[in-house]
Design a protein around this ligand. Structure first.
Ligand code: 3H9
Length: 697
């Protein structure tokens, strides 16, 4: 393993070049080397100033998140930064790329900060359930004030160089390369006799206690379930009321409290799970152009994602009115993003110019990638793929956006199944980050690697899964939805179920989700499902509502009514009556169902179906399932996903609850998957099982 840093000399200027790929994270070995380098250069009389530079694309991306599962090994980052700040000669941070978390704190401990135009400086700790624990909460207010510190740290979003200059965090702009620019400026500082400037020697700006009370009150409602945002405000308040070193100690204490919390463990787990594996990246084929078939909501959303990432898109739709409407939607959505400040007007114009329409599939003869997004009908999709197989250039990758149909049956129709796989986007496709990439029986390594690379390039999270009805996400959704539908018949109500699951942390309750997605969509999908459980209770309420034309929000009525002035969901007595009638017809006795039962039944159903999916090799790991559920189905991130959550509450507890439900309702849906049962018996976890498998590879 090569050294994590090198010391280079440029006359009397010493440059510490941190070289710790991939992102210069401040791992133990780097902290140790950095401390030794600082001691040495501080004591060297031939050194007049020290430049701190990060090799590669970033300054420092922060602490090494993978070390947080264990207590930190000395030197602790805040001790190291205290020593850095104590240097008797000027220390200049050469900022470029990411200066995040502990990286931004390192910059603040330096005496001067110069930055190139690509700087992204920020405190994303809150997204990991943490707070800046190495002096950020104590040093930043001394330079940027309280409001900006609260905003940056509780929001977690990085700022660009110009905002960092405006906040007083960056003192000097570098036009050109970071290292050379910082060295040149260091020389000027030495020539001008500049002394070290230590933020810790500045007083904290004045702050009224109301300021922090207001900051707490302004935290988003979800923060109530998470310790970190409140702890960030606590730490900033301590910085206002205590001397520097005591405030630093308090920050460290609060950081440790957050680090040990189950919420932070879950969020850290997702950080790595969402980055997935970098294997096979070199097998990806180049994609400059793509075709999207179908100009509906899904097709337009996919086209927006591709075009804004620089890929030329041809949308094909045989109906001229649909094509025109789709193209108009693409243009207005992209232009809307520019108006909201999410992209520049020039970038928006370039993205819109990348999209064209065509009425005939022949327009796709030369594209590198085709994504089919027509309605869910196997025969229609097979007919399309038969044509694509013939007309597309060799090696063009052909993807279907089906959410439930058999990818192998679609691939076979193309006559070139190696080039075919599924690419299941979630609606709205330009907003939702998840894409399930479905591995067909014959999909080639290059086909799958290409789809993963495109998914990454358009800023989304791709999870590769096997081919089965509903793949991973929707298959588990059926188990989850089955329980909520049964509980409706057994006496619960749409709002009680939604409230219980929203209190658990789901972004939206399942009945409200059904109304949003359209109850007709699920109804149609279930009609095409040949192996649908032979149970008259299965999705009975949803089916009856769809048959009555109650499709949800789009028809103004579904599980709820949406006819108030704000079109907010409102309970509908007619639905309760319908449920009671259906329960009577089916002979289901109604009773009061507690919130705990609602949550337990839905969560146990998810974990059990997830276990079967793992046994069958449909998902490669429990982490993949968790990424799918947190990014596609609104599972609370601070619980890590259904498999992580099941591990957290204990698999024996899950199995015990399932046996209890089985005793009450029959074993039909409550037989633990063999994997779940065996792990529960030996007090194992899904994570441990996965680690064992990876170790055996
Ligand atoms: C902190 O600093 C706490 C302190 O306040 C207090 C301490 C006491 N650690 O994202 P990419 C890996 S908390 C470990 O694909 P990009 C990542 O897993 C930290 N590993 O690249 C991946 O590995 P692999 C606050 C890390 O170019 C590889 O690097 N900082 C870390 O798309 C490439 O990552 C953050 O939260 C890390 N900190 O984006 C910043 N960061 O190749 C987190 C990355 O094996 N990082 N890895 O799959 C990021 O936001 C992005 O990685 C970054 C680059 C923007 C830097």
């Amino acid at each position: 393993m090569s050294a994590p840093l090198a010391i280079e000399r440029d006359g009397s200027i010493a440059v510490i070049v941190i070289d710790h790929p991939p992102v210069n994270a401040l791992a133990h070995r780097l902290r140790t080397a950095l401390l030794a380098a600082i001691e040495r250069l501080d004591a060297d009389p031939t050194v007049q100033a020290i430049v701190l530079h990060g090799a590669g694309r970033n300054f420092i991306a922060g602490a090494d998140i993978s070390e947080f599962d264990q207590p930190a090994q000395p030197p602790l980052l805040n001790e190291l930064l205290f020593r850095l700040e104590s240097c008797a000669k000027p220390v200049i941070a050469a900022l470029h790329g990411a200066a995040l978390g502990g990286g931004a704190e390192t910059a603040l401990a330096c005496h001067y900060r110069a930055a190139t135009a690509d700087l992204k400086l920020g405190f994303p700790e809150v997204t990991l359930g943490l707070l800046p624990g190495a002096g950020g909460t104590v040093r930043l207010p001394r330079v940027a004030g309280w409001q900006a510190s609260i905003e940056l740290m509780t929001g977690g979003k990085p700022v660009d160089r110009e905002r960092a200059v405006a906040l007083g965090v960056v003192d000097h702009r570098i036009e050109g390369e970071a290292r050379a620019g910082a060295v040149a400026w260091a020389r000027e500082l030495v020539a001008a006799g500049a002394a070290p400037r230590r933020l810790r020697e500045l007083p904290a700006p004045d702050a009224s206690p109301e300021l922090f009370a207001a900051a707490r009150a302004a935290l988003p409602a979800a923060a109530g379930r998470l310790p970190a945002p409140g702890r960030i405000v606590d730490s900033l308040e301590a910085s206002a009321t205590r001397p520097f070193e005591q405030a630093l100690d308090r920050a460290r204490e609060l950081f440790e409290e957050c680090r040990r919390s189950s919420e932070s463990r879950a969020l850290r787990y997702l950080f790595f799970a969402e980055r997935g594996s970098s294997a096979d990246r070199d097998a990806a084929l180049r994609v400059d152009s793509a075709g999207v078939i179908g100009a509906g909501t899904m097709g337009a959303g996919i086209a927006i994602s591709l075009a804004t990432a620089g890929i030329a898109v041809t949308i094909v739709d045989s109906k001229p009115e649909s094509l025109a409407a789709g193209l108009a939607r693409v243009a207005s959505t992209i232009e809307g993003s520019a108006l909201k400040g999410r992209m520049t007007a020039a970038d928006a114009a370039a993205a819109v110019a990348r999209v064209r329409g065509a009425g005939d599939l022949q327009a796709l003869a030369a594209v590198d990638l085709v994504i089919e997004a027509v309605f869910e009908n196997l025969a229609v999709k097979q007919e399309l793929f038969a044509q694509l197989g013939k007309l597309c250039k060799p090696q063009a990758v052909l993807a279907t956006n089906t959410s439930t149909l058999d990818v192998d049956a679609i691939a076979a129709a193309s006559g070139r199944a190696v080039d075919v796989a599924g690419m299941h986007f979630f609606s709205p496709a330009h907003v939702m980050r998840l894409v399930e990439i479905i591995r067909g029986r014959e999909s080639s390594r290059a086909t799958l690697a290409t789809l993963r690379a495109v998914t990454r390039r358009i800023g989304k999270i791709g999870v590769t899964v096997g081919n089965c009805y509903g793949f991973v996400g929707n298959r588990m959704l059926y188990a989850y939805g089955r329980e909520k539908e049964l509980m409706l018949l057994e006496g619960s109500t749409p709002e009680a179920i939604d409230r219980a699951l929203e209190e658990f942390g789901m972004a939206m309750g399942p009945n409200a989700v059904g109304d949003l997605a359209g109850l007709d969509i699920g109804y149609q999908a279930r009609r095409q499902w040949s192996e649908r459980p032979d149970d008259p209770r299965f999705y009975r309420v949803s089916d009856r509502l769809a048959e009555l034309g109650r499709y949800g929000q789009k028809s103004g009525r579904g599980f709820y009514r949406y006819d108030g002035p704000d079109r907010k969901r409102q309970p509908d007595p007619e639905v309760l009556e319908l449920i009671r009638t259906e329960a009577k017809i089916l002979g289901v006795a109604q009773r009061k169902i507690a919130n705990t039962e609602i949550v337990e039944r839905c969560i146990c159903a998810l974990a059990n179906e997830g276990a079967r999916i793992l046994e069958e090799g449909i998902a490669a790991s429990p982490a993949d399932i968790d990424v799918i559920w947190c990014n596609g189905y609104g599972f609370p991130r601070h619980r890590g996903g259904p498999m992580f959550h099941a591990d957290t509450i204990g698999l024996a507890t899950v199995v015990e609850a399932m046996r209890r439900f089985g005793g009450e309702q029959g074993a039909r849906y409550w037989t633990p998957a063999p994997l779940l049962a065996s792990l529960a018996e030996r007090e194992g976890t899904f994570a441990g099982w996965q680690a064992g498998r990876a170790g055996g590879d």
